[in-house]
Write a protein that binds this ligand. Structure first.
Ligand code: FO1
Length: 307
């Protein structure tokens, strides 16, 4: 069994590579739900949907989220009725949110609804929300406390981030199967997702850090930075605003004690690697094309990493 801890686009791209080299019955992905939000009364889980659409071959390769070629007629009508919106919901994407909102209102858990969405789209990989309880990532910034989508999309990640917090995480429980997946996997991969806002919410859930620490000899993280820059999203700016250098040393520090290996881009090996309790491995980690995601997945499942 291989388990991936993932956020949105970066995690989905690596998962697509893993799904090409690992039998789907042996693959579990634990997905961040800290980005979840409500729009027009609809329950939206952006990272879960990005993972599902990527596995169903529906996601646009470059943009990463939503359904490729989707139309926006409902959204245009809603702008007429409710004023201009800032979160682009496509017509086919809205069907996912209507279905999820409808089933949650019937009392189904997010885990069950996600399994139903996987079945409907022919997805064999086990997709586990990190929790069935509400956890919301908040960004403490120079523009005050912001809900995550407000920060990332409405304000285009412009506010300077001081810190991040995960409202509800302490009271939330990891979803059924999350801790067991970490404990029973021969390899746990932490995806090249933003450690603060995509992986951080998963780590904030009671029991997850201790489970990873116990399993750390089998845990490998993939750097979300290449040459000090994030492939996608605000990580480099976040690190800067927090007074940290945007380099793989900061990533190694974040995962110290939870992973024993860190895969970085060729040439990104940190100079003071000796001082870190992590083995640094170099490999191409730019996953834009599926072939490169498959190559990294093969490397992760190969003898250099998987014990
Ligand atoms: N990101 C944007 O930058 N602009 C959008 O309008 C937008 C809409 C959207 C709708 C559904 C969905 O699942 C994701 C969407 N995203 C959008 C991406 C989303 O904000 C991020 O992918 C995650 O929250 C970060 O991983």
């Amino acid at each position: 069994m291989i388990t991936l801890l993932a956020g949105g686009v970066g995690g989905a791209r690596l998962l697509r590579g893993l799904a090409a080299v690992v039998p789907s019955g042996d693959l579990t992905v634990i997905v961040n739900t800290g980005d979840d939000d409500e729009f027009y009364g609809l329950a939206v889980s952006p990272d879960i949907d990005t993972i599902l659409y990527t596995l169903a071959d529906l996601a646009p390769l470059e943009r990463g989220w939503g359904i490729d070629g989707d139309t926006f007629r409902v959204r245009e009508e809603l702008d007429l009725l409710a004023g201009k919106g800032w979160f682009a919901l496509g017509d086919r994407d809205i069907a996912t949110h209507v279905y999820r909102t409808w089933r949650l209102r019937q009392g189904a858990t997010l885990t069950l609804v996600t399994a139903e969405l996987c079945r409907a789209r022919g997805i064999g990989v086990r997709v586990l929300p990190m929790s069935d309880d509400p956890v919301r990532t908040q960004v403490i910034s120079d523009r005050g406390v912001l809900a995550f989508q407000d920060y990332l999309v409405r304000l285009r990640a412009q506010p300077a981030v001081r810190s991040v917090r995960y409202r509800g995480a302490r009271k939330a429980a990891p979803a059924a199967g999350v801790i067991e997946a970490i404990e029973n996997s021969s390899l746990v991969v932490i995806a090249p997702s933003n450690p603060f806002v995509s992986v951080g919410p998963i780590l904030a859930l009671p029991g997850v850090r201790p489970a990873l620490a116990r399993a750390r000899a089998r845990v490998v993280a993939v750097s979300p930075l290449i040459g000090g820059r994030a492939v996608k999203g605000p990580l480099a700016d976040m690190l800067g605003a927090m007074g940290r250098k945007a380099d793989v040393g900061a990533i190694a520090d974040f995962y110290k004690g939870l992973a024993t290996r860190l895969v970085v881009a060729p040439g990104d090996r940190p100079r003071q690697a000796a001082g870190r309790a992590m083995e640094i491995l170099e490999h191409d980690i730019l996953l834009l094309e599926p072939a490169r995601a498959r190559a990294l997945a093969t490397f992760l499942c190969g003898p250099a990493v998987a014990r």
